[in-house]
Design a protein around this ligand. Structure first.
Ligand SMILES: Cc1ncc(C[n+]2csc(CCOP(=O)(O)OP(=O)(O)O)c2C)c(N)n1
Ligand code: SF4
Ligand SMILES: [Mg+2]
Length: 324
């Protein structure tokens, strides 16, 4: 194991670090992409990292009795407290270093939270953390449901999806009528101090998440990454297709991949032209098994509006009016 910290860009899969800091000993489902996010971010950040995580699958399945996959120090925090835990830890490290109680060095503070814990309940704490001048990275791992408590809809669930809160019925077919919250765009637009914001998918394009984590850590903080994580249990598909679904989310354009560095937006992946029909992504998931042609067409129309009419696709939905 090396203790040297480097945030250099990883070029080519063979140059990816071999060390694992999230290893065996977890109980996540086969094909769990949220677990891949844990593995990738800790691989990218290396041994001088403190991981903090809110309640959810990535807490419960990673701390079964007397076992844990975490090789780096890890702490559980309350469901809505990802931002507070990151801020407190980073501030504590700074104070200890200033007082000479620990050696001055770069220690990565990385807090992860699920879509319910981060994008719904914990948004205010994340907002606070992103306003302060502290060295921290918050990762929102988004499996589009409260997965740990048996797949309830959240503000991040795709329109129309069946969950235990939104089952389809004979009278009303579509129960999940909310459009997915635009969290990374909202945080980027409203937090001038934030140094780096990105969206990512653990398995596609290869190395993308690793390198985005490294960019965030090199930038210092505060920084934020939103990952979309296919979840075989909640999305209802065979685990072998997790990476394929991640790729289809990017190629269909339903989940735009970008990064914002010091206010400059860069699309890091351009879907093919024409984009892959979003139906190809949705129809592979049992949670959309009740969809008819009109439902696929509706989701497609919203994705097209995002790419063709938003001020910045995936980020700023407003359009300039007669303001000046
Ligand atoms: C304040 C509070 N309310 C409710 C719960 C019960 N609870 C534990 S995990 C969880 C779901 C978390 O969902 P998410 O943040 O999306 O993480 P996931 O389980 O999907 O990984 C809920 C509702 C709790 N632990 N704390
Ligand atoms: S329910 Fe989903 S997020 Fe939770 S461990 Fe299983 S695959 Fe992962
Ligand atoms: Mg979730």
């Amino acid at each position: 194991m090396t203790s040297e910290i480097t945030f250099e860009k990883i070029k080519g899969i063979h140059n990816a670090p071999r060390e694992e800091f999230y290893s065996s000993g977890h109980r996540t489902c086969e094909g769990c992409e949220s677990a891949m996010v844990m593995r990738m971010f800790s691989k990218a950040s290396g041994p001088r990292t403190i991981a903090l995580g809110t309640t959810g699958c990535m807490y419960v399945a990673n701390t079964a009795y007397m076992t844990t996959p975490w090789v780096v120090p890890w702490m559980h925090t309350q469901l809505g407290a990802g931002g507070s835990a990151a801020l407190g830890t980073s501030a504590g490290l700074r104070a200890l270093m200033k007082k000479g109680k620990i050696a001055k060095e770069k220690i990565n503070t990385i807090a992860f939270c699920g879509d319910l814990g981060g994008a719904d309940m914990g948004l205010s704490a994340i907002s606070s953390a992103l306003q302060m001048d502290y060295d921290l990275l918050i990762i929102l791992y988004d499996n589009e449901s409260a997965a740990n408590t048996d797949i309830q809809a959240t503000g991040m669930t795709t329109w129309g999806a069946q969950t235990t809160f939104t089952p389809t019925g004979t009278v009303k077919k579509i129960m999940q009528t909310r459009w997915k919250k635009n969290v990374a765009g909202m945080l980027a637009a409203g937090h001038p101090n934030v140094k780096y914001i990105a969206t990512a998918i653990a398995s596609f394009p290869p190395l993308d998440l690793l390198n985005k984590v490294r960019k965030a850590l090199a930038a210092g903080g505060p920084t934020f990454i939103h990952t979309l994580d296919p979840c075989p249990k909640g999305w209802d598909y065979h685990p072998r297709y997790s990476d394929k679904l991640g790729e289809l989310a990017a190629r269909s354009g339903i989940f735009p991949l970008y990064e914002i560095e010091n206010g400059v937006v860069k699309m890091t992946y351009r879907p093919p032209q024409p984009k892959v029909p979003v139906k190809e992504y949705l129809e592979k998931q049992g949670r959309f098994a009740h969809f008819g042609a009109e439902d696929f067409a509706y989701v497609q129309s919203q994705v097209d509006v995002m790419w063709n009419e938003w001020e910045i696709p995936g980020i700023i939905p407003m359009k300039s009016g007669a303001l000046r």
